[in-house]
Design a protein around this ligand. Structure first.
Ligand code: SF4
Length: 74
């Protein structure tokens, strides 16, 4: 099944898109959170929504950037 078909079948697609802060607008996985998590996990990264908007814009979704972003805020 391609991503377009998956989006048609996902019962959460509208809410997922409303909650998504990802600025990489050409991504075909946008709104398919399960595919987004799986993709970034295999690259040792986290999805955009784990980062504040100003950091997310840099598209560095690495574990290191996640730790650096939040280490003094939790
Ligand atoms: S976080 Fe990554 S996989 Fe998810 S929508 Fe953005 S670019 Fe696509």
């Amino acid at each position: 099944m391609n991503y377009g078909e998956m989006k048609k079948q996902c019962p959460n697609i509208r809410q997922n898109l409303a909650d998504c802060n990802c600025s990489y607008t050409s991504c075909e996985k946008t709104g398919l959170c399960c595919r987004c998590v799986a993709y970034h996990r295999q690259n040792r990264e986290l999805p955009a929504c784990f980062f504040p908007d100003d950091v997310e814009k840099g598209w560095d979704r690495s574990f290191r950037n996640f730790i650096d972003t939040w280490k003094d805020k939790v």
